[in-house]
Ligand binder design. Structure first.
Ligand SMILES: *[C@@H]1O[C@H](CO)[C@@H](O)[C@H](O)[C@H]1NC(C)=O
Ligand SMILES: *[C@@H]1O[C@H](CO)[C@@H](O)[C@H](O)[C@H]1NC(C)=O
Ligand SMILES: *[C@@H]1O[C@H](CO)[C@@H](O)[C@H](O)[C@H]1NC(C)=O
Ligand SMILES: *[C@@H]1O[C@H](CO)[C@@H](O)[C@H](O)[C@H]1NC(C)=O
Ligand SMILES: *[C@@H]1O[C@H](CO)[C@@H](O)[C@H](O)[C@H]1NC(C)=O
Ligand SMILES: *[C@@H]1O[C@H](CO)[C@@H](O)[C@H](O)[C@H]1NC(C)=O
Ligand SMILES: *[C@@H]1O[C@H](CO)[C@@H](O)[C@H](O)[C@H]1NC(C)=O
Ligand SMILES: *[C@@H]1O[C@H](CO)[C@@H](O)[C@H](O)[C@H]1NC(C)=O
Length: 751
């Protein structure tokens, strides 16, 4: 390398991962049959049916004047029980007699259409689709319109692929499990550790995948048309793959009601309620002893009855088999398990249990045939909304030219540029006057590793099925970095490719390492994006969507502990920025830029709100720390409150640099002091704004008092505390704070 004599700029491209292995769903991929990808001819196309000797006018399910529900019912009522169970697995057989073709339900589009799953194929016709950065990088942009735009482009490529016969229309994305523990192997697939941010990501991405312009809202959600069908997964409390011998198929997540409502299920609720996702997936693991897919409270009652899911619920692949063979839950037979999950609300089995044992479950009286009918109706209504039966002419012209187009690849590059986070810059970047540049490290010529998983390849250290055991760089990478930095005569920049957090405190504090960039797995255009940032073609503005803990964090709490709050008796620190108060390598939300941004908040709008309490509205008590002030009426139940009050403010953001830049303004609320075991703060809003050099951009925020200032108590009630809350407007380094007072007053009309 000639390091001792070099005066070249040095660029490390390093990360925790440097080999690529084949993906995880090992068990499942064995038995893939030659998929029959139906070309895009609508099921009810008269010519298609005619060629099979069927008359469209005689098929009630093709009668367009009827509702989708009624048509689905006619289709299902026309099937025998044997035929019905053949449609309940992800590889649905179809019913030739009725003109119903086979359908492959399992496709994935986590960060671009992928050929993971049976429902999508890449071949000479469509060799690949645009691969956007992994979700953790896209999350770091904190740009909601980008999240939606990527979803729109992915669904356009998907419709084009559907026209060419290369994919179905049902995509089991996004992955919206909150990152509870930094060791989790699937961090790259997710939008990070904050439930609010994850929820906002889910709404935008789902709407991008699903919505047709003009049909975003509809009075009848059972007939709202869908561009493609998205899926909120994996519900719930799933974020352990395989850690020191504990795997996701056997793991029993002990979760408090408080954490469930506040953290684990929150993004799913929002994904369904605000995203109107047409599907959700239950996870492998058990929650408090019960396999999620078999728990009617989590499944039917929460998702369908409370949140109003309009769509279908699918199992993670082979979940029912896992209940029987892995978890040996209740000593279930195959038939028992099939009956339990169906009664809990599972409509579609990614696997073969429904197909193989569904008939016996009816014959043995463990379920009713009408249970199967209901599941099938949920499935066919979604396919009808997708135009699978009637066609969707507005997409007919999409084809090869719409897949991996120059515009789409530019969006992938743009997403990577927006998401990359500048962690350190000791007056070195952007590079100017660089004559020679040495690129060192295992990822110096990375190709596959840039892409992340759910794109046909995986990584060796973190991926589905593999959690990490420490937060250090693998092998001798730390030593390599330190030694090279010590002898290098030119400036040294460290570029870290990793999804999960790493303790790189050694590099942060090393004066010979001049700058650090986190690029996650930045997707197919990631290399270009890194260069654009290094050379100042783009002013970095990404912010970390995860707390970067110190390496000793993993010694303080086992990965199997689901507790978010600290446990003093067990010595567990809290998790995520909301509950961890220790020292970090970099905090959640951290991110530098080539500019600095300073804020002014003009105090024009009120800094307090009076909430009128109705006659029958009770004050709720809260637990306070010893000696803390206890107001006369500590809190009210949000559910009992009209919650129409809002507050708003403007932030003037000044770009005090010489480069234009995009900047993320993040807003947190902190509850009144003294309330025991509540969050330190929580994100209540964020906006990414463009601010030209030397200029000011004004950003306006509006917040609902109940949503933004509430806490979740021990009993999982969402409560609005009275007293002095604190609002923090944060620029990635520091922030401005101001108090916001909540008062309860008796409503004179009712008092
Ligand atoms: C690619 O796969 C699709 C779906 O099976 C098929 O229609 C198409 O003919 C295939 N293309 C080539 C070149 O094999
Ligand atoms: C957010 O992303 C969109 C792309 O969808 C882009 O046009 C816009 O400039 C981004 N906003 C900022 C402030 O970077
Ligand atoms: C980088 O990798 C590509 C693809 O594996 C290879 O063709 C090329 O020679 C490599 N370049 C260097 C400088 O190693
Ligand atoms: C930044 O560079 C200066 C000058 O080389 C050095 O003294 C200082 O320690 C560096 N700071 C860090 C945090 O690396
Ligand atoms: C979960 O709770 C059960 C029942 O109390 C207990 O047996 C099990 O060890 C707990 N698991 C973990 C990981 O704490
Ligand atoms: C941080 O949390 C721990 C665990 O609850 C607590 O013992 C400690 O006092 C807290 N430290 C600070 C500075 O708040
Ligand atoms: C930011 O700081 C600059 C210079 O320090 C000052 O001129 C400007 O008024 C400030 N702007 C805001 C919005 O705080
Ligand atoms: C703005 O930049 C100037 C020059 O770098 C610096 O002296 C000043 O402190 C900065 N102002 C703020 C508010 O950051």
């Amino acid at each position: 390398m000639g390091i001792t004599s070099t005066t070249a700029h040095l660029l490390f491209i390093l990360s925790c991962c440097f080999t690529s292995l084949v993906a995880a769903r090992v068990k499942l991929l064995e038995a893939v049959p030659t998929a029959s990808f139906a070309p895009n001819t609508a099921v009810c196309d008269a010519g298609r049916l005619g060629s099979q000797g069927l008359d469209v006018t005689k098929l009630g399910y093709c009668e367009k004047s009827l509702s989708y529900y009624d048509r689905a019912k006619m289709l299902v009522d026309g099937m025998t029980l044997d035929e019905k169970v053949q449609q309940l697995g992800d590889r649905a057989a179809g019913v030739a007699r009725l003109g119903l073709p086979p359908y492959l339900w399992w496709s994935e589009a986590l960060h671009g259409v992928s050929d993971t799953g049976h429902g999508t194929v890449f071949n000479a016709t469509v060799p690949g689709a645009t691969s956007f950065p992994t979700v953790i990088v896209t999350a770091a942009t904190f740009n909601e319109s980008l999240w939606k735009t990527i979803g729109q482009v992915v669904s356009t490529e998907a419709r084009a692929m559907f026209n060419l016969g290369n994919t179905g229309l049902t995509f089991w994305s996004p992955n919206i499990n909150v990152v509870r523990d930094p060791r989790w192997g699937r961090v790259m697939e997710t939008p990070g550790e904050d439930p609010f941010v994850v929820a906002r990501y889910s709404v935008n991405y789902v709407r991008g995948l699903q919505d047709l312009e003009g049909a975003e809202t509809a009075t009848d959600l059972n007939s709202r048309p869908l561009k493609t069908a998205a899926c909120c997964k994996h519900y719930a409390a799933y974020d352990l793959d395989n850690w020191l011998g504990v795997d996701r198929w056997h793991f029993n997540a002990n979760v408090t009601e408080q954490d469930m409502s506040e953290t684990f299920s929150y993004p799913f609720e929002i994904c369904v309620r605000e995203g109107d996702a047409s599907s959700a997936m239950c996870s492998f693991n058990r929650v408090n002893g019960i396999p999620v897919c078999a728990d009617p409270k989590l499944m039917k009652q929460s998702m369908r009855d409370e949140w109003g899911l309009h769509g279908y619920i699918v199992s993670d692949c082979d979940s029912i088999e896992v209940i029987v063979d892995g978890q040996k839950w209740l000593g279930d037979t195959e038939v028992d398990a099939v009956a339990q999950v169906m009664k809990a609300g599972l409509d579609l089995d990614c696997g073969k249990y429904y197909t193989n044992f569904g008939k016996a479950a009816v014959e043995q009286g463990k379920i009713k045939e009408s249970d199967i009918d209901n599941a099938l109706k949920n499935l066919y209504v979604v396919l009808m909304r997708l135009g699978y039966f009637d066609g969707m002419p507005m997409f007919d012209s999409l084809g090869k030219q719409d897949i991996c187009s120059a515009d789409n690849m530019e969006l992938a590059a743009e997403a990577a540029r927006q998401g990359i986070v500048l962690l350190k810059n000791n007056a070195t970047l952007p590079f100017t006057n660089v004559n020679t540049l040495a690129v060192v490290g295992p990822h110096a010529n990375a190709t596959d590793a840039m892409i992340g998983n759910y794109a046909g390849l995986d990584t060796s250290q973190e991926r589905e099925g593999v959690d990490r055991v420490d937060l250090n760089l693998p092998g001798y990478q730390t030593q390599l970095i330190n030694q090279v930095a010590m002898v290098s005569k030119g400036p040294v920049v460290l570029v870290v490719l990793t999804a999960g957090v790493l303790d790189i405190g050694f590099a942060r504090d090393n004066p010979n390492i001049d700058a650090i960039i986190w690029a996650g797995y930045p997707g197919q255009e990631g290399g270009q994006a890194i260069a654009d940032i290094l050379f100042g073609k783009y002013n970095p503005g990404g912010r970390l969507p995860l707390t970067w803990y110190q390496a000793n964090y993993v010694d303080q709490v086992p990965m199997t502990s689901m507790l978010l709050r600290p446990d003093d008796t067990l010595g567990y620190p809290g998790r995520t920025y909301k509950f961890f108060n220790g020292t970090t390598v970099y905090p959640f939300g951290y991110g530098l830029s080539y500019s600095t941004y300073n804020y002014t908040i003009p105090f024009t709008s009120p800094r307090s709100v009076n909430i009128k309490l109705g006659k029958l509205q009770h004050c709720r008590d809260l637990t306070f720390n010893d000696g803390a002030f206890r107001p006369a009426c500590p809190a009210v139940l949000v559910e009992d409150t009209a919650c129409e009050e809002e507050f708003d403010f403007e932030v003037d953001v000044f770009n005090n640099g010489t480069m234009d830049g995009a900047h993320v303004v993040m807003v947190y609320s902190t509850p009144p002091s003294g309330i025991a075991r509540t969050h330190a703060k929580k994100v209540i809003g964020f906006q990414r704004v463009f601010v030209p050099a030397g200029q000011t951009t004004t950003v306006k925020f509006t917040f609902n008092v109940c949503k933004s200032l509430s806490i979740v108590d021990y009993n999982a009630y969402t409560l609005l505390p009275s007293g002095g809350h604190t609002i923090t407007v944060d620029n990635g380094l520091d922030g401005l704070t101001f108090p916001f007072q909540v008062n309860f007053v008796a409503d004179e009309d009712t008092a």
